[in-house]
Write a protein that binds this ligand. Sequence first.
Ligand SMILES: [Fe+2]
Length: 288
Amino acid sequence: MNSMLAGESAESQPQVQAAQRFPATVGRFDAPADRAVIDGLVRWVEERYREDLLKRPSKHVYVRTLPGPVIERIDRLRDSPLIRSLIAARVVAQFPGGSVIAPMKHTDELYVSHYNKDRGGDQGLFDRHYDGNLRFLPGSVVVRALIYLQSDATYKVVFHDSRVEKAFATYDFGLLDFHRELHWVEGQYNPADRQRILLKCNYLVTRRNAALLGRATLAANTGVFYVVKAAMEYSKSPTTPPQIVVGLLCNLFRRLNNVHPLIPLAIPLAFIGAVVAAFGWAIGHLTT
Ligand SMILES: [Fe+2]
């Protein structure tokens, strides 16, 4: 049984057995060829998004929407033996019978970040949170790679469940369990910060010889990923009432997910059920 440490809330208690969780891992691209790829990508991003970088607090772009030559360079980093071998070595504990590691390229993002504290969809970077909410699904792990193309190490990322902390600088990367690692960013908030540029690449790991399970898990992960990402993107730096409401819901659901992953899923279902019941009651009343 886990005992609660002084100052910890129920939100920060481990929600899963350590054996089910991919342990947070940090590493760095040291090879000159890899660093040249990263440097080239940074130059391209700064040139391509020059206008946006002056105006916007943060920017998420799906990698699959970028020009082909840029995607090829990102592929080299995502599929690098350095990252793949680290993932393979760390998932042996969860999958002693062998595993299949499948990049979820359709969900990969280029993220240009200016950390912001505006109660919008991006606020969660500073709050304790899990990235995903499917940690109750057995038999699969989603590993997320945070690849820092440009970063000045003034902020620290805390991977709470794995007891790992890292102030990421350019060429560093971190690997974490997308659904099972409670994490957050620490550091002195500075609105005048230089942007940091990173890649968020996701890999689905399933048991070997479990193709059907793998497809079902991939569909569930993709659905959750797109819904959450759309809500966060819509409500970042909110100005209109709908954006403010969605931003508040993002932060509410994030906190509820910290308590239990089924609560954020249950609330919309309960709401839909109540609406259907109300319609049924109204129709019944009108026809009698
Ligand atoms: Fe996160």
